[in-house]
Structure formats: structure tokens, C-alpha cells
Design a protein around this ligand. Structure first.
Ligand code: UDP
Length: 483
């Protein structure tokens, strides 16, 4: 067998928030590292973006392959938590993943899975491929994920969950109870045990790729390398290779972008809760009033609200008809039509954030959205809803200083219009506070660019991954050939 260039199979679990960074990783491996990449897409998406557009990302050395859709309707209830649906879908896709790899003419060098794909690492073992985990989030999240199962159960359950003490992770910023990962919250929930198993399996990979960079998280990355701190838990090489943020591609004739072209510089706040975030209906009302009262221009991507939930959630679109705005206050559209745009379901976010008319981003703090805001130099209102977003919001507001947030978590209490109005003004109206946030995010934007450019820390980390991958693959080959 002749090896020409390393070939990586990247596995993307369902959801735009997973597919987008995996595709970006694929492109980076092809353009910077001379890899051949095949992206396996386990699709199911209700976010509103035409998934086929993303699948057009195929190029000479990047193949995007949609795996056969699996029917999980007989296994999980349609109202089941979205995380369970993803986990089951990934499990049911394992045989298709195996067959697709076995069907390739030359066995690929490595399998790179995301957080939901760790079960597929057994296929890599069986087929004598290298296996890597790609954490499409930050190093602090990775630290929590692998430390949770490593720590004494008494510390996690008794101290952190029951007594609500911060979770102290060696060498890292402790995680306040209210920010903790949802999966840690209920030891009686199957998700708790499933998540702890994932945290245990990640360190068995040949390496862990993280969508962060040295300057952003130097302390946590140091802890992950240091055997006296978290290194003994991580046990494998951690490669900070970010930020992999969605590339800004030209969009043909888009009304939102055309509207933005007509607005003054940094005069518009962009409001979006990611590919699937929804708010309770009362919160939608308060947000509408808050935006209107702030008297700032806005673009708001709306999804029909949830009727009874207080906390907001993912992919649980409420009953309101998509494309209408019955759930907004009476007369809202008329009163704001000169200053605001309400966009149903989906907008070209990366392009919007890059637009010079955008001054701030009200976001659920999904990691992709966060990185897109950073690389566009846009300060944020941090409005976390689920997954690791509360940790992200804390990092952005308290450590980095590029965002403001509500006094109480939006998942605990409805944020009222006056507070929203005040937060919008704080990020939009130029005074000392906004100036400081803007400077912070600009600094990060520059460090992000430097890290990904030739010779930068993330660029070098990806080169190191390539070298390690080639060396280890040679060893595997020799072993397989009985050498
Ligand atoms: N996105 C978009 N348009 C939208 C909503 C989301 O392009 O109207 C993209 C956004 O740019 C980001 C991804 O979808 O790349 C959302 O990922 P994130 O990690 O922020 O949140 P998730 O959807 O996973 O909660």
C-alpha cells in the first residue's frame, strides 16, 4: 500500500452547531496540512439552513458524504431531550460508518470524531486507524468533561451538585454550581452516566483537538498538559487548533445584508440564539419590548416561542407558525419597521457579524457564535441557554471582559424589558464601558488571526498533529505488517 498523503475521516454528529466546525476543521486540514479529508455527516436538522448548501463544501481533497438517515422513531419518544436523540442517532449510525470506511479503496489514516461520536472510536481500533476527538468548544469545557468522571464521585455529587460548591478543577478556573454542565446535574438521569462515560473515553484517543488557541486559554491549556494538574487526566496530547470559525463566503442577494448596507457603522445589534435556541413566550415579549425601548437598530432571528417552559431550550420549536410574528407584542413590527428587521428561523450569521454596520451581538453563547463574534471584533450580550453556554458566558463576561449579561441567569428567571434595554445600551452606546469591551474583543481578534496564520500557535499545533499522525500511522502499519 502506497501512502501519498494522510487521509482523515471526520465524523460530524447531527446539528448545524456540530457540522459547521467539523467542516471548517476539514478545510483547514486540506489547505494548511495537505490532508485528504472525508467528512461523514450524520444529518437531521431542523434549523432552517439548507444543509445541502453546506454539503457543497466538497473540493478536490475534501469529500463530504451524507450517511444514510437512520429512523429512531421506534427507539425514542419524539418529545425526548435533543441530546438523547443525537446519542441514539449516532449509535444507530455505527454500522453505516463502519461500512463506509471499509468501502474505501485505501484505509484512511485517522478517524476524527466529535463529542457525540466517541463510540465510533472502537471502529478505528478495529480497522487499525488512529483516533482523535475534536472538541468543537473550548479547553475549559474539555477540562470539565474529562475531570468530572475522574474526580471522586463524592466531590461531584455531594459537594458540587448537592451542596452547590464550585467544582475545583486543578489549574483551571473553578466552575460555579449555577454554570455547571447540565449533564452533571442529575446523577439519576441516564445522561449523567452517558456523559461521564464519554469523559472517560476521550483520554483514550491518540489526541484531542480543541477549538481554542493559546492566548485565549493559556492557563487551562497549561493545566491540561501538566501531569501534576490535569495532564494525568487528559493522558494524551491536546492540540489547540482554533479558532475554526465559519468562513465568510459571499452570499448572493440577501435582503438582510442589503438592509445592513444602508445602516450607519456599528449601529445594529444582531440577536440570535444559534441554530436551535428558542425562548419562552413571555421572554420573547420582554425581549421585543427591551429592543424597542433601547431605540437601537436591530436584526433579530426569531423562532416560535415555547409556551410553558421558563428556561428556553434547543430544537423545541414552539407551536406558533414559522414566518409569522403573532407572538411579538401588538404593533411591534409597525413601530420598529424603520429600525429593525425580524428574520424568521435563519440568517447568514457569519456575514452579518462581519458587516461594518453591526455593533453588538446578543447571543446564546454557543461556541461557534462566540468565535464568530470574536473574529469579527463584535462585543456581546451573553444570554446562555443550555449545554456549556453558561460557562462560556462567564468566561466572556468575567474573564475576557467582552460582554455584559443579565443579573440573573435567563434560564432561572425571565429577564425584564428594562434590564434588556439597559444591556443593549451598554453594548451599543459608545462610552467607557463599550470602548473597553471593543478593545478587548479587537485584541482577541488579532490574537486569533495570529494563532491561525503560518507560524502561529494553532497553525503549529495542527502541523504537530499532522506529524504525530504520520509517525503513529507508520508504527501502526509496521505492527499490522508483523514488523
Ligand atoms: N447560524 C447561522 N444562522 C442562524 C443561526 C445560526 O448561520 O440564523 C450558525 C452560526 O453562525 C453558527 C452555528 O449556526 O456557526 C451555531 O452554532 P453555535 O455553536 O453558536 O450554537 P448551536 O446552534 O450549536 O447551539
Amino acid at each position: 500500500m502506497q501512502i501519498t498523503k494522510p487521509h482523515a475521516v471526520l465524523l460530524a454528529s447531527p446539528g448545524m452547531g456540530h457540522l459547521i466546525p467539523v467542516l471548517e476543521l476539514g478545510k483547514r486540514l486540506v489547505t494548511h496540512q495537505d490532508f485528504h479529508v472525508t467528512v461523514f455527516v450524520v444529518a437531521v436538522d431542523v434549523s432552517g439552513e439548507n444543509i445541502s448548501k453546506l454539503l457543497d463544501s466538497s473540493s478536490e481533497h475534501l469529500d463530504v458524504l451524507m450517511l444514510p438517515t437512520v429512523d429512531i422513531s421506534g427507539i425514542v419518544d419524539p418529545d425526548e431531550n435533543f441530546v438523547i436523540k443525537i446519542v441514539v442517532t449516532m449509535h444507530e449510525s455505527l454500522s453505516a460508518i463502519r461500512s463506509a470506511i471499509c468501502g474505501m479503496k485505501i484505509r484512511p489514516t485517522a478517524l476524527i470524531v466529535d463529542l457525540f461520536g466517541t463510540e465510533a472510536m472502537a471502529i478505528a481500533d478495529e480497522l487499525e486507524m488512529l483516533k482523535y476527538v475534536f472538541i468543537a468548544s473550548n479547553a475549559w469545557f474539555l477540562a470539565a468533561t474529562i475531570y468530572g468522571p475522574a474526580v471522586d464521585k463524592k466531590v461531584l455529587d455531594d459537594e458540587h451538585i448537592n451542596q452547590k460548591k464550585p467544582l475545583k478543577i486543578p489549574g483551571c478556573t473553578p466552575i460555579r454550581f449555577e454554570d455547571t454542565l447540565e449533564a452533571f446535574l442529575d446523577p439519576n438521569d441516564p445522561l449523567y452516566h452517558g456523559y461521564l462515560s464519554v469523559g472517560r473515553v476521550i483520554p483514550t484517543a491518540d489526541g484531542i483537538l480543541v477549538n481554542t488557541w493559546e492566548d485565549l486559554e493559556s492557563k487551562t491549556l497549561r493545566a491540561l498538559k501538566d501531569d501534576k494538574l490535569l495532564g494525568c487526566v487528559a493522558r494524551t496530547t491536546v492540540y489547540p487548533i482554533g479558532p475554526l470559525a465559519r468562513a465568510v463566503e459571499a452570499v448572493a442577494e440577501n435582503q438582510v445584508l442589503e438592509w445592513l448596507d444602508m445602516q450607519p457603522t456599528e449601529s445594529v445589534i444582531y440577536v440570535s440564539f444559534g441554530s436551535g435556541g428558542t425562548l419562552p413566550s413571555k421572554q420573547m415579549m420582554e425581549l421585543a419590548w427591551g429592543l424597542e425601548q433601547s431605540q437601537q437598530r436591530f436584526i433579530w432571528v426569531v423562532r416560535p416561542p415555547l409556551e410553558n417552559d421558563v428556561s428556553g431550550s434547543f430544537l423545541t420549536v414552539g407551536n406558533g407558525p414559522v414566518g409569522t410574528v403573532d407572538y411579538l407584542p401588538n404593533g411591534f413590527m409597525n413601530r420598529t419597521h424603520n429600525v429593525g428587521l425580524v428574520v424568521p428561523m435563519w440568517a447568514p450569521q457569519a456575514q452579518i457579524l462581519e458587516h461594518p454596520s453591526v455593533g453588538a451581538f446578543l447571543s446564546h453563547c454557543g461556541w461557534n457564535s462566540t468565535l464568530e463574534s470574536i473574529v469579527s471584533g463584535v462585543p456581546m450580550i451573553a444570554w446562555p441557554l443550555y449545554a456549556e453556554q453558561k460557562m462560556n458566558a462567564t468566561m466572556l463576561t468575567e474573564e475576557i471582559g467582552m460582554s455584559v449579561r443579565s443579573r440573573e441567569l435567563p434560564t432561572e428567571r425571565i429577564v425584564e424589558r428594562e434590564e434588556i434595554e439597559m444591556m443593549v445600551r451598554r453594548v451599543m452606546v459608545m462610552d467607557k464601558e463599550r470602548h473597553a469591551m471593543k478593545n478587548k474583543v479587537k485584541e482577541l481578534k488579532n490574537s486569533a488571526l495570529k494563532a491561525s496564520s503560518k507560524g502561529g500557535s494553532s497553525y503549529n499545533s495542527l502541523s504537530q498533529l499532522t506529524k504525530d499522525c504520520e509517525n503513529r500511522f507508520q508504527c501502526l502499519k509496521v505492527k499490522a505488517e508483523g514488523g
